[in-house]
Design a protein around this ligand. Structure first.
Ligand SMILES: [Zn+2]
Ligand SMILES: [Zn+2]
Length: 138
């Protein structure tokens, strides 16, 4: 039995989208390329195969920014909400905070944990990864 799609939007509501479960992962990313554009200590991401992701309105308000050789980030050009990051052609990373409903899993790990902001205090038992890839054991 397929669960209903999970809707999401930017802050102003001009851009709406949805994902279909199941997701591929969920985790907290502490890298500076996530922290700065989101204005946050870390960003909690999930991801779905591209065919389970769709923009439902406001496609014309989405602005893309190539943030590295591998990644393109997308945000609302009206309100500035960061919503998506694509590093592989067939997968879409979605900021969990942009979703309006629950997904099929809780955050599973911290990535780029050794790059975290020095004010970030984490007291959970989730695995902490880092190094060059952000996913190496620390
Ligand atoms: Zn917006
Ligand atoms: Zn990151």
């Amino acid at each position: 039995m397929a669960s209903p799609p999970v809707p999401g939007s930017c802050f102003c509501g001009a851009v709406t989208f949805q994902i279909e479960l199941p997701t591929l992962f969920c985790g907290h990313c502490h890298c500076s390329m996530c922290r700065r554009p989101h204005g946050a200590s870390f960003v909690t991401w999930t991801a779905v195969p591209i065919e389970r992701f769709s923009i439902t309105s406001g496609k014309q308000y989405i602005k893309h920014f190539k943030s590295s050789s591998k990644g393109t980030r997308s945000f609302c050009r009206i309100c500035g909400s960061q919503m998506f990051c694509q590093t592989e052609p067939d997968v879409m990373d979605v900021a969990l905070a942009a979703l309006h409903g629950k997904i099929d899993r809780d955050p599973e790990a911290h990535y780029f944990f050794d790059s975290r902001a020095d004010w970030t205090v984490v007291k959970d038992d989730l695995p902490k990864y880092g190094g060059e890839s952000g996913t190496d054991p620390l």
